[in-house]
Design a protein around this ligand. Structure first.
Ligand code: NOJ
Ligand code: NOJ
Length: 715
C-alpha cells in the first residue's frame, strides 16, 4: 500500500511540474489552484518612487495612520515576494483592481483625506494606477509582475469592476478615460454612459431592477447597454488578457446588468482561456436572489465567490455554538443548485469583512478553517496575511481595519506550512480538485468528509473542539484497504488510520480517537485507469472558442476530443490538460469526451455550444399579460441562448423587469448576426405558462455592438 501510494505521488508530482511550466497561461481550469487575494497597496512597498505621484499627490500616508490613504504597496512589491508566495503553495494571485483610479482626495465625514487605495474607483480602465506602477501609468510594472508570476508557476487574476467608475457626487464625478482620452462624466452625461438612479437601499437590495440599475454607494453606475460603454469595458478586459492575465474576479456582479455580463464573459472567452468568478454578495441560501445567483453562474460561465459557505464557515469555526451541520447543509444545497460547484471560490474572510482572527482570536480554529477550504469542494482563496495571523481589531476589525499592512513574511508559521502541504495535495490528488464531497461522520464538533473522483479518494477529519477528543466509531470510507498516514504529517495533530474490507464503497475504518483541535487528511491517488475528465472551461462557447479540459490519464500521445459525435481540433495535449477548439456544431448541449490514443474513452462532461459570439440586446415588451405577485414575464426563443423554447424559470431567459409595469424589459445576450425567433411568456408563481398569441417575433441581431428590440405583447 505504502509503495503504491508513494509511487503514485511521485508520478503526479512529475506530471504537475511540467503542467505548470507548459501551461501557466492556460487558465480555464482553476480547480487545482490555491488563490491568494492581495490588496496591492497593503502588501509590500517594492518601489518608493511611486509612493506620492505628481498627478495624485497627497494621497499617500507614510505614517500608515490614515487607514484610507495609500500606504505604498505596489506591483513591484508583489513581484519581489513571488518566491514567498510560491513556497506557501499559492498558484494564483488575485490582485485588487490595478487600473488607474481616482486622482483626488475625497474627505471623509471628519475631514480626513480618503483615497482609492483599494482600486474600486477606476477612471481609466486601460491604464495602470500610478501608485502601483509608474507616473506615466504605463504597463511596465504590470507586465513585469505577470512575467515573474508565470515563471514561478503562479497565475494572475485581476479584480475588474465593470459596474461603476468613481464617486458620482464628489472628486472626479465619475469621469472616465479611454487610455487617456476623456470619455464622459456623471454630471454632464449627454451620451447616456451612466444610469442616474438613487442609491440602492432598504428593500431595493432584493429588487432585481434596483440591484442592477440603481447606484451602489454613490459610485457612478455605468450603463453597459450603451454601445460605447459596452465596447470600452470589453476592450479593457481584452487588453488585460493581452497583458497575460489568467482570470478575472468581477466586482459586484450582482449589480451589473446580468444579461450583459454573459456577453462580457463570452468576449473574454473568445479572446482566450480565462477563469471568471464574480462577487455576488449574499448571506446564505435563503437569500431572495439566491436562485438568480445560481441561474447566473450556471448559464453565464462566470463562477461565483461562495458567500453562503463563507457565512457557514465563519459561524462554525468562528463561534462555539454553531455546529458542523451548518456547513454540511450549505455544501448539500449548493451541490444541488450549482452545475459546477467545484468552481465556486471558497474563502474564510476578505477585504469586506472582519478577518477571521478578529471574530475569533484562536489560531487552532483558523488552521481548521484553512484546512477545510483547502480540502472541501471549490477553489480556495486565502486573504493576504492569513498565514502570518494578521489582524487589527479596531472597530471589530471591519473595513478598513481588515486591510492592515502585511506584517511580515515568515515561512515557518504553521499556517504557511499547512497551506503548502494542502495546496500540493490539491494539485496532486484529483479527488480534491474534481471530486464529489460527502459527509461520512458528523457531530456538532466533528466533521469527517470524503472527496472522491473515480478511484482517487481523500478523507478529511476535523475536530474543532479545543478541549474534547472524540472516539470515532462506525466510520466508513471509499479508501482502499490499508493503513494511511496523515498527509499533514501530524501538523494539526492527526495520526494514521486503518481501513479494512467492506462492501459497496463502505470500507470500515478501525475505531480511533480524534483529539481536540485536530485535522487529519488521508488520501489515495489511483494509478493507471481510463481517461477521466474533471473539468471543462469555459462551460459555454461558440464554434472556434478554445476550451480547456482538465483531468487525468489522457496519455502523453494525442488522442481525440469529441463534442457529441463531432471531433474537435486539438490545440495542445498533455496527460492532464487538453486544449481543444469548439467544432462547428449546432447550438445546444453536448457531452464532451476524450479518447486516448490507445482507444480508451473517458467519462463525458457537459458543454453548451453557443450559436455565435454574444451581443447584448435589450428586449422590451409593452403592455404584457397582466401579472399578480409571483408571476413574471420571461423571454424564450429558438436558440440555446434564448432557452430553446424552454418555459421554466430556469430554462427561459429572465425574469424580466418591470419598472414601468405593465411594460417589461430585459437585457439578454444573443448570437451575433443571427435572425432569432422569440416570444414572451408569463410564468405564474405556480409554474403555469401563458404564451403570447400570434406568430413568433423575429429579429436580426447586430454583428457587433449592442441592440434594442421593442414589441407589443400579442393578444
Ligand atoms: C465590492 C468590493 O469587494 C468592495 O470592496 C468594493 O468597495 C465594492 N464592491 C464596490 O466596488
Ligand atoms: C410553442 C408556442 O405555443 C408558440 O406560441 C411558439 O411560437 C412556438 N412554441 C415556437 O415554435
Amino acid at each position: 500500500m505504502k509503495t503504491t501510494t508513494r509511487r503514485t505521488l511521485f508520478f503526479s508530482l512529475l506530471a504537475c511540474a511540467c503542467l505548470l511550466a507548459q501551461t501557466a497561461a492556460r487558465a480555464a481550469d482553476f480547480k487545482r489552484e490555491t488563490v491568494y487575494q492581495i490588496i496591492t497597496d497593503r502588501f509590500f512597498d517594492g518601489s518608493t518612487a511611486n509612493n506620492n505621484p505628481a498627478q495624485s499627490s497627497g494621497l499617500y500616508d507614510a505614517t500608515k495612520t490614515n487607514w484610507r490613504a495609500y500606504w505604498g504597496g505596489d506591483l513591484a512589491g508583489i513581484q519581489q515576494k513571488m518566491s514567498y508566495l510560491a513556497g506557501m503553495g499559492v498558484t494564483a494571485i488575485w490582485i485588487s483592481p490595478p487600473v488607474d483610479n481616482l486622482n483626488t482626495n475625497i474627505p471623509d465625514g471628519s475631514g480626513n483625506p480618503t483615497a482609492s487605495y483599494h482600486g474600486y474607483q477606476g477612471r481609466d480602465f486601460k491604464r495602470v494606477e500610478e501608485h502601483f506602477g509608474n507616473s506615466a501609468n504605463t504597463w511596465t510594472d504590470f507586465d513585469n509582475l505577470v512575467t515573474a508570476a508565470h515563471s514561478s508557476g503562479i497565475k494572475v487574476i485581476i479584480d475588474f469592476a465593470p459596474n461603476h467608475t468613481t464617486q458620482d457626487n464628489a472628486g472626479e464625478f465619475g469621469a472616465f478615460y479611454d487610455n487617456g482620452t476623456f470619455l464622459g462624466n456623471y454630471t454632464n452625461d449627454t451620451n447616456g454612459y451612466f444610469h442616474h438612479n438613487a442609491n440602492i437601499s432598504g428593500g431595493g437590495w432584493d429588487d432585481r431592477y434596483q440591484v442592477e440599475y440603481y447606484t451602489l454607494f454613490d459610485l457612478a453606475d455605468l450603463n453597459q447597454e450603451n454601445s460605447t460603454v459596452d465596447a470600452y469595458l470589453k476592450a479593457s478586459a481584452t487588453l488585460f488578457q493581452q497583458h497575460g492575465v489568467d482570470g478575472f474576479r468581477i466586482d459586484a456582479v450582482k449589480h451589473v446588468t446580468w444579461g450583459w455580463e454573459y456577453s462580457f464573459a463570452n468576449s473574454i472567452f473568445t479572446g482566450g482561456d480565462s477563469f471568471l468568478f464574480g462577487e455576488w454578495y449574499q448571506g446564505n441560501t435563503n437569500d431572495p436572489l439566491y436562485h438568480d445567483s445560481y441561474k447566473f453562474a450556471n448559464k453565464s460561465g462566470i463562477s461565483l465567490l461562495d458567500f453562503p459557505l463563507n457565512t457557514a464557515v465563519r459561524n462554525v469555526f468562528g463561534s462555539a455554538n454553531s455546529n458542523f451541520s451548518d456547513i454540511d447543509a450549505v455544501i448539500t444545497q449548493e451541490a444541488s443548485n450549482f452545475t459546477w460547484d467545484e468552481d465556486l471560490v471558497t474563502f474564510i474572510d476578505n477585504h469586506d469583512m472582519a478577518r477571521f482572527l478578529s471574530i475569533n482570536n484562536n489560531q487552532n480554529r483558523l488552521h481548521e478553517a484553512l484546512a477545510f477550504i483547502e480540502t472541501a469542494r471549490g477553489i480556495p482563496c486565502i486573504y493576504y496575511g492569513t498565514e502570518q495571523y494578521l489582524h487589527n481589531d479596531t472597530s471589530g476589525g471591519t473595513d478598513p481595519y481588515n486591510r492592515p499592512m502585511m506584517s511580515g513574511f515568515s515561512t515557518t508559521t504553521t499556517a504557511y506550512q499547512l497551506l503548502n502541504k494542502l495546496s500540493t495535495l490539491r494539485r496532486n490528488n484529483p479527488a480534491i480538485a474534481y471530486g464529489s464531497m460527502a459527509q461520512r461522520w458528523i457531530n456538532p464538533d466533528v466533521y469527517i468528509y470524503e472527496r472522491k473522483f473515480f478511484g482517487s479518494v481523500a478523507l478529511v477529519a476535523i475536530n474543532k473542539n479545543d478541549v474534547t477528543g472524540y472516539s470515532i466509531t462506525g466510520l466508513n470510507t471509499s479508501l482502499p484497504v490499508g493503513t494511511y498516514s496523515d498527509n499533514l504529517t501530524g501538523l494539526l495533530g492527526g495520526s494514521s488510520i486503518t481501513v479494512s474490507t467492506g462492501t459497496g464503497g463502505n470500507n470500515p475504518v478501525t475505531a480511533f480517537t480524534l483529539p481536540a483541535h485536530t485535522v487529519a487528511v488521508w488520501q489515495y491517488t489511483e494509478g493507471a485507469a481510463l481517461p477521466q475528465i474533471g473539468s471543462i472551461g469555459p462551460v459555454a462557447g461558440q464554434p472556434g472558442v478554445k476550451v480547456t479540459i482538465g483531468g487525468r490519464n489522457f496519455g502523453a500521445t494525442q488522442g481525440t476530443v469529441k463534442f457529441g459525435t463531432t471531433t474537435a481540433v486539438v490545440n495542445s495535449w498533455t496527460a492532464t490538460k487538453i486544449v481543444a477548439t469548439v467544432p462547428a456544431v449546432a447550438n445546444g448541449s453536448y457531452n464532451v469526451t476524450v479518447t486516448a490514443s490507445g482507444g480508451a474513452v473517458s467519462n463525458g462532461i457537459a458543454f453548451t455550444a453557443l450559436t455565435a459570439k454574444l451581443i447584448p440586446v435589450t428586449f422590451t415588451v409593452f403592455n404584457a399579460s397582466p401579472t399578480v405577485t409571483g408571476d413574471y414575464i420571461f423571454l424564450t426563443g429558438n436558440t440555446v441562448e434564448l432557452g430553446s423554447w424552454a418555459t421554466t424559470w430556469d430554462g427561459a431567459v429572465g425574469p424580466m423587469l418591470a419598472p414601468n409595469y405593465p411594460n417589461w424589459f430585459l437585457n439578454a445576450s444573443v448570437p451575433a448576426g443571427q435572425t432569432i425567433q422569440f416570444k414572451f411568456i408569463k410564468i405564474a408563481a405556480g409554474g403555469a405558462v401563458t404564451w403570447e398569441a400570434g406568430a413568433n417575433h423575429t429579429y436580426t441581431v447586430p454583428a457587433s455592438g449592442v441592440g434594442f428590440v421593442n414589441v407589443n405583447w400579442q393578444y
